[in-house]
Design a protein around this ligand. Sequence first.
Ligand code: AMP
Length: 172
Amino acid sequence: MKELDRFIRDIPDFPKPGIIFKDITPLLGNGEAFRRTIDLLHDRAKKMKAEAILGIESRGFIFGGALAMRLGCGFIPARKPGKLPYHTDRVSYSLEYGENTLEIHKDAVAPGQRVLIVDDLLATGGTAAACAKLVRGQQGIVAGCLFVVELGFLSGRKQLASIPTESLLLYS
Ligand code: AMP
C-alpha cells in the first residue's frame, strides 16, 4: 500500500522523547486517501466475517466508524474510563508509552457475536489484546484485528497470536 505511505507523517519525540509518532491526520485530510483506506479495510473486514466493529478511542473511532457504516454493521466504542454513561466492563494494560484503561458497555457484545477490533495503529499490541479480553469477557468471538499502520519492530502480533490480524502499512 505504498500509495498511502506518503500520507503518514512522522513526528519525532511525541508524546515522549524517543517515540516516533505516526500522524494519520494527513491521510484523513485527503478525501481520496481516506476513501482508499476504508476500501482496503473493507476488503479485509469482509473476509473476517465481522458482525460488529469495536473501535478504540480515539483514532479507532474514525476508521472503525467509517468501516462499520460501509459494512452495514454496528459499532462498539471502547472508551477511556469514565466516558461511557451506562454500566461498563473495564480492562487495564501497558502501552508503548505509559498505562491505559479501556471500557465498553456491559451489554455491548452479544454472546457469540463476531467482533472485529479496529484501530489506527498496532504498536506493542497491548491495546488490541485488552479489547479482545473485553469482547471475550462478554462471550463474543474476536473475528480479527485490523489496523491502518503496524510497527512491526514492536512485535505486536505476538500478543494477538490466536487472532487473524491485518494491517495496511507495515513499518519494519
Ligand atoms: P499498543 O497497545 O502498544 O499496540 O499501542 C497502540 C495504541 O497506541 C493505538 O491506539 C495507537 O494509536 C497508539 N500508538 C502507539 N504508538 C504509537 C505511535 N508510535 N504513533 C501513533 N500512535 C501510537
